[in-house]
Design a protein around this ligand. Sequence first.
Ligand code: PGA
Length: 256
Amino acid sequence: MTRIPVIAGNWKMYKTHAESIAFVQELAPLLADYSGVERVVCPTFIALAGVAEALKGTGIKVGAQQMHWEPQGAFTSQIAPTMLQGLADYVIIGHSECRAYLAETDETVNKKAKAALAHALKPIIAVGESLAQNEAGETDAFVGGQVTAALAGLSAADMAQVIIAYEPIWAIGTGKNASAAQANSVIGMIRGVVRGLYGETVAAATRIQYGGSVKPENMLEYMSQPEIDGGLVGGASLKLNDFKELVRLAAQAKGV
Ligand code: PGA
């Protein structure tokens, strides 16, 4: 089973509406030669509509960084899945910054994953351990538990729409990335969890990204690992040439 590599740029709270649109207008032609890689940009909510419009016909997909699980309601400040429909293809769920600062839990991650799928949005489910957990040798148990909790109640058919992103918290925005072998090993473990839940066919088809200080200098090494199907990239995705390099190197490593 060949898995289509996927590079998603998570812009976090960077770039205004105008900056986001100007950026993707320049980015699109730079990525045009690499259609074998699925390319996704995740701007801030208020730029989603403009970015989606600017990327029409380019093959580049759009993702949101977060959402609520309810289709509507009295949830001041929140964005519903119904509001993302037609604007976004993907939605990042469970990013460690949302878990740390916005009270995201395994339970809300699971509710959001189900809500995304119910509204034809593809969840990118982010998981990852802290430095203390990593040093205590708890990575596999903790991350495996996050994956199991996030996927509770999802069907095998749902899994075709799901991407999992392994992002060790200690590697996000720190410049301190996990080694390619380390990342490959944890992602292999995650695939094993998916195998245990859904069987070999689903496990072999599920795309699992690495995230955490991914940059052009280390991209080839990550993407050369058999278990790693792509990157969820923060800082480097804010720069035109770096974004292009990430996609080019992914295409090179995977031969697409
Ligand atoms: P980083 O962020 O690439 O800046 O480390 C990754 C992420 O948070 O998704």
